[in-house]
Design a protein around this ligand. Structure first.
Ligand code: PLP
Length: 282
């Protein structure tokens, strides 16, 4: 299989990263995961936009034009013959003798990307998943899609050990998002999700869902909600690039609603499938 290393597509076995790469040593870099449906990037422009924005927020200059980068990603998808899968891309500040201070301006950022086949989680989408509540112990710039994911990993691992799909995080009783997803409640037909502040990653799936709600007159409010509202919600769902619109039917061992995916969640799932189906044709 082929991967991207900087401006080249090479064999994965030939890709080498310096042991003093700042991504490796400090998590000093940013990344994106983009879905591929039927060989076509879904919301590629939006993901690239966020990639540049994340890089900019930590003062890394992406050494490519957006069009070049998109072209490179599409080439990789083609040579690897990806059908339903994803592309992971990351950019680090580059390799330089270890020092917290940024390296000299001539240090080149390092771009890597690879693809893989990923099936849609159809069974979970159909039946819903379990989630647990956990403390959000992350830093205050969760809007940056940075490589520093330790708090997210700890939360996801705790969830997995509890037999849960996701950990839904809160700060002082206010729900922020999932460990690797955005989180939503439905109460009386109305959707609530945390506003896109520094405390969450503004998911691309979240942005698609917000637009679909607007286009279909589904009440959608960017308003933080409490753990109590979460526990008493009619429906809960989480969204991400690979989870799509994922129903949460059990929270900390208690059923949500009647323990089955709710109507609003179902409606959004249908709209979401229509959305990526029509994006494939475009
Ligand atoms: N929030 C966090 C912390 C994430 O890691 C992710 C994605 O992995 C999301 C939200 C969802 O973002 P997206 O819909 O762009 O995949």
């Amino acid at each position: 299989v082929k991967v991207i290393l900087n401006d080249k597509i090479i064999d994965r076995s030939e890709a080498a990263i310096d042991i003093e790469d700042r991504g490796y040593q400090f998590g000093d870099g940013v990344y994106e995961v983009i879905r591929v449906y039927d060989g076509v990037l879904f919301t590629g422009d939006e993901h690239l936009e966020r990639f540049y924005s994340s890089a900019d927020k930590i003062k890394i200059t992406v050494p490519f034009q957006k069009e070049e980068l998109l072209e490179l990603m599409n080439q990789l998808i083609q040579v690897n013959d990806v059908h339903d899968g994803s592309i992971y891309m990351q950019l680090t500040r580059g390799a330089s003798p270890r020092n917290h201070v940024f390296p000299s301006a001539d240090t080149k950022p390092v771009l890597t990307a690879y693809t893989k086949e990923v099936a849609r989680p159809v069974e979970s989408l159909e039946n819903g998943v379990a989630a647990m509540v956990a403390d959000d112990i992350r830093w205050l710039r969760c809007d940056i899609k940075s490589l520093n994911l330790l708090p997210n990993l700890l939360a996801k691992q705790a969830a997995t050990e509890q037999g849960c799909y996701e950990a839904i995080l809160h700060r002082n009783g206010l729900v922020t998002e999932g460990s690797a997803s955005n989180a939503y409640i439905v109460v009386d037909g109305k959707i609530k999700t945390h506003p896109a502040t520094n405390l969450i990653l503004n998911g691309i799936t979240r942005q698609v869902v917000a637009r679909l709600c607007k286009e279909n007159n589904i009440p959608f409010s960017e308003e933080a909600f409490t753990l109590e509202e979460l526990r008493n919600a009619d429906e809960i769902f989480v969204t991400s690039t690979t989870s799509e619109v994922m129903p949460v039917v059990k929270l900390d061992e208690r059923e949500i609603g009647n323990g089955k995916p709710g109507q609003v969640t179902r409606k959004l799932q249908t709209l979401f499938v229509e959305e990526f189906e029509s994006a494939k044709q475009a």
